[in-house]
Ligand binder design. Structure first.
Ligand SMILES: NC(=O)C1=CN([C@@H]2O[C@H](COP(=O)(O)OP(=O)(O)OC[C@H]3O[C@@H](n4cnc5c(N)ncnc54)[C@H](O)[C@@H]3O)[C@@H](O)[C@H]2O)[C@@H](O)CC1
Ligand SMILES: Nc1ncnc2c1ncn2[C@@H]1O[C@H](COP(=O)(O)OP(=O)(O)O)[C@@H](O)[C@H]1O
Ligand SMILES: [K+]
Length: 461
């Protein structure tokens, strides 16, 4: 996993104060890293339009123009002139070299957006908004310097932002790049070293971006095993029985030895999934909430009181009966609307889904601070997994998953790993990664996935 930071000013400051590096050195590396990216990917003479703003994001762009000049057909556009001290120094260097300037957006093969970076501190005025809109209309390969212009330090896009194919971000990964609403704008994310290796530049953090290697699949290494060695999951089915059945099938496909659906009514189940009316004696994990609807409160209370690893989903986030369980080691898998209900239930906040989506990290932090024993998996375009003071980001998710039933598969996967004795955090991380990576492996039309396809892909990981 990679470290992620709310801001990197303090990391830059360390470079100046403790390592005797200068702003000029850091900026030279920032510009060089974008130049290297272009040189690796594009032939000589290709046309490059660099749009540079008034601050140091613009200064990066002016330095980039100098580095690419002559090898590429570079044009530099400075709609607001150069205001910061470094921007003025870089401008002088570019002028002395003879870098060509343009007074408006010209068509080109590559656009590099260096308008605003981490310094975006107010609404975009009409001129900047119109520049960003015009850049977005251009057919070109689009590179954002540090962060797409229009995305603020929290990752929010309050008006419009530059649509990048790739964002070359300076020094370290930032939280802003992983808010759901930034996902369509940032494209691929690459980190540029600023004069020292990233491991030296970075300090401690509480936020991590998950890699494929963090997915620890439940492969079987022991030869002397039997079905009981891989747990017995009980999925509590409610009035929308399908949800429980989808979760049960996903869990079985992910390695749980025995899976039973608990329901008082008879349910049509595949032959390998069992049905019981009450919790099984040898139950090693419980999945509850999906499709639950109205269920006897006392019965739910009794199930929640069991000291058995549990994943809670969907309808239960609206129910007071859940509150005691939040003191325990339990995995919660809400989508944003359910999380808003949960925040209200817990007296943490009474907010809209829109407000949550603009501040996802903040509310995951708040919830996990109040309930440090739980593992919270907040679903979304970038799923956040919180435990105590740590947050793990799964950015592999894809809109292929935007279908009823995908969430039931996910809770089934988490429950499957709980039944197989993973701890709650590891179960949430591996299940979430498996869910998203399997969806990416799906090769048919990206609108066509059904839960059975997803389970099929998970079985092939
Ligand atoms: N140590 C450093 O400071 C480094 C900075 N670097 C670059 O510097 C950037 C940060 O530079 P700055 O702090 O100068 O900030 P920016 O260049 O991101 O933006 C600040 C400038 O934009 C103006 N501005 C902000 N919001 C605006 C709006 N909505 N409409 C119109 N104008 C607006 C401000 O008045 C200011 O002139 C980083 O994103 C990165 O690209 C890199 O060169 C690496 C080193
Ligand atoms: N655009 C998207 N990008 C990434 N993941 C997505 C996207 N849309 C949905 N998902 C994932 O699909 C799942 C949907 O869960 P949920 O909304 O609970 O569906 P349901 O309750 O119908 O099963 C979640 O894991 C979510 O993160
Ligand atoms: K930018």
């Amino acid at each position: 996993m990679e470290k992620v930071f709310y801001e990197v000013n303090s990391l830059d400051k360390k470079c100046y104060d403790k390592l005797a590096l200068t702003e000029d050195i850091l900026m030279e590396h920032a510009a060089s890293s974008i130049a290297d990216f272009i040189e690796d990917k594009f032939e000589e003479k290709v046309s490059v339009l660099i749009v540079a703003g008034p601050g140091n994001n613009g200064a990066d762009g002016i330095a980039l123009a100098r580095l690419l000049y002559k090898k590429y057909d570079v044009k530099l556009y400075l709609p607001f002139g150069a205001k910061s001290q470094m921007a003025r120094i870089q401008l002088q260097r570019a002028e002395l070299l003879g870098v060509p300037f343009v007074q408006s957006i010209t068509s080109s093969d590559i656009i590099v957006d260096c308008l605003f970076g981490s310094g975006l501190n107010k609404d975009l005025d009409e001129t900047s908004l119109s520049i960003i809109n015009s850049l977005n209309e251009q057919k070109a390969y689009k590179i954002a310097c540090d962060i797409p212009s229009g995305v603020n330090i929290k990752g929010q896009i309050n008006q419009e932002a530059f649509f990048a194919d790739v964002t070359v971000t300076m020094g370290a990964l930032k939280v802003a790049l992983f808010l759901d609403e930034a996902k369509d704008y940032v494209g691929k994310v690459k980190v540029a070293n600023l004069g020292v290796q990233r491991t030296i530049y970075e300090e401690e953090t509480n936020i991590y971006l998950l890699d494929k290697e963090d997915m620890k699949l439940p492969f079987r290494s022991k030869k002397n095993a039997h079905k009981g060695s891989f747990g017995h999951l009980n999925v509590i089915a409610g009035c929308k029985k399908g949800a429980g059945v989808i979760a049960a099938k996903a869990a079985f496909g992910f390695g749980t030895g025995l899976v039973s659906v608990v329901s008082h009514e008879d349910i049509d189940l595949p032959y390998h999934i069992m049905q019981t009316h009450f919790l099984s004696d040898n139950c090693t994990a419980i999945a509850i909430g999906m499709g639950l609807g109205k269920y006897e409160k006392d019965e739910i209370k009794k199930i929640l009181e069991e000291d058995i690893p549990t994943v809670v989903d969907a309808d239960l986030f609206y129910e007071e009966v859940l509150l005691d369980k939040l003191q325990k080691d339990v995995v919660l898998t809400p989508h944003p609307k359910e999380f808003v209900a949960l925040l209200k239930l817990c007296d943490i906040a009474n907010i809209s889904v829109k407000h949550l989506q603009k501040n996802r990290f903040e509310y995951v932090e708040k919830f996990c601070k109040k309930y440090p024993n739980t593992v919270l998996l907040l679903k979304g375009a970038n799923t956040l997994i919180g435990k105590a003071d740590k947050i793990y980001i799964n950015s592999f998710g894809t809109a292929i998953l935007s279908k009823g039933g995908s969430g039931d598969v996910l809770s089934g996967l988490v429950a499957s790993l709980l039944a197989q004795e993973y701890n709650s955090l590891d179960a949430a991380i591996t299940a979430s990664l498996a869910h998203a990576i399997a969806a990416n492996n799906y090769k048919k039309a990206n609108y066509s996935l059904i839960p059975a396809d997803l389970v099929e892909e998970i079985r092939r990981l």
